[in-house]
Design a protein around this ligand. Structure first.
Ligand code: CU
Length: 263
């Protein structure tokens, strides 16, 4: 019974701990007559807690611009949360003044820094079928090779206008088009050159494939998370460019992708 309860507690702890680490409390001791530490770098949202111990002499914590202050007392605990990126200078009004040298006098500094979220990292688990729900007739097959740091993309789409009524195809329909793209990636972004394969017939070695790069054509894919990316295409020789927000057709590999992100 006891074991079960400790396990429940452990699960609770593990589930709640990641939330708790985002905002920290930093302690500063109010000494005679200095702050320890007197120079502190914290993240936005963190709290600083100044403690003047019971046996202390009268001190206070006062912003150099006088926008906030603790009581002046022989014993206090004063906490303040900092929600904006800024540098704060403070002092004790009993033993110093604004702008005093903190290494010689009772002055301190807090540097509040922005919390930078780590960038999304492209990984193998993004390999999938991607599409834009408003244009379901086309889609993208994307493959990521992490070891080679390459992304391949096949865009199954259509011509820019419908073929004439009298144009026919044996297999499929004459409006079908597919483009391929290949290129390196870094962080959340893959930048690929666009290729056009042509000249072949169905399941045959002859005539041989003629694969050509579209001159200057690029496709860039930027992922924002494990199920959202923006495909930006630019085919300058045809005057075609645009952005397509895409998502996966199924979500089976989202968990593996999320596991590959930095924590
Ligand atoms: Cu003081």
């Amino acid at each position: 019974m006891l074991k079960l309860r400790s396990r429940s507690f452990l699960s609770f702890f593990l589930l709640t701990f990641p939330v708790a680490v985002f905002a920290a409390t930093h302690d500063v001791a109010v000494m005679d007559n200095f702050f320890s530490p007197n120079d502190l770098t914290i993240n936005v949202g963190d709290t600083v807690r100044w403690t003047n111990p019971p046996s202390g002499n009268p001190h206070d914590v006062t912003a150099d611009n006088f926008t906030w202050a603790s009581e002046t007392s022989t014993e206090f605990i004063f906490s303040k949360t900092f929600d904006t990126v800024e540098e704060i200078l403070y002092h004790c009004t009993v033993h110093s003044a604004p702008g005093g040298n903190r290494d010689l006098r009772m002055n301190g500094r807090i540097t509040v820094e922005g919390v930078s979220t780590p960038p999304f990292l492209i990984n193998d688990a993004l390999s999938d079928a991607w599409y834009f729900p408003e244009t379901t007739g086309q889609g993208f097959l994307i493959i990521v090779w992490e070891t080679r740091k390459l992304v391949f993309l096949a865009w199954y789409t259509y011509d820019t206008e419908r073929p004439p009524e009298d144009v026919s195809a044996v297999l499929g329909e004459p409006g079908h088009r597919w483009l391929t793209a290949l290129g390196p990636y870094e962080g959340d972004t893959a930048l690929m050159d666009v290729f056009l394969s042509q000249g072949m017939i169905f399941d045959s070695a002859e005539p041989p494939v003629d694969t050509q790069a579209y001159e200057g054509a690029t496709i860039e894919v930027v992922w924002t998370n494990c199920n959202e990316a923006v495909v930006t295409y630019d085919i300058p020789t045809l005057g075609l460019s645009g952005e397509i927000p895409v998502e996966r057709s199924v979500l089976d590999h989202v968990a593996a992708c999320e596991a590959a992100q930095p924590q």
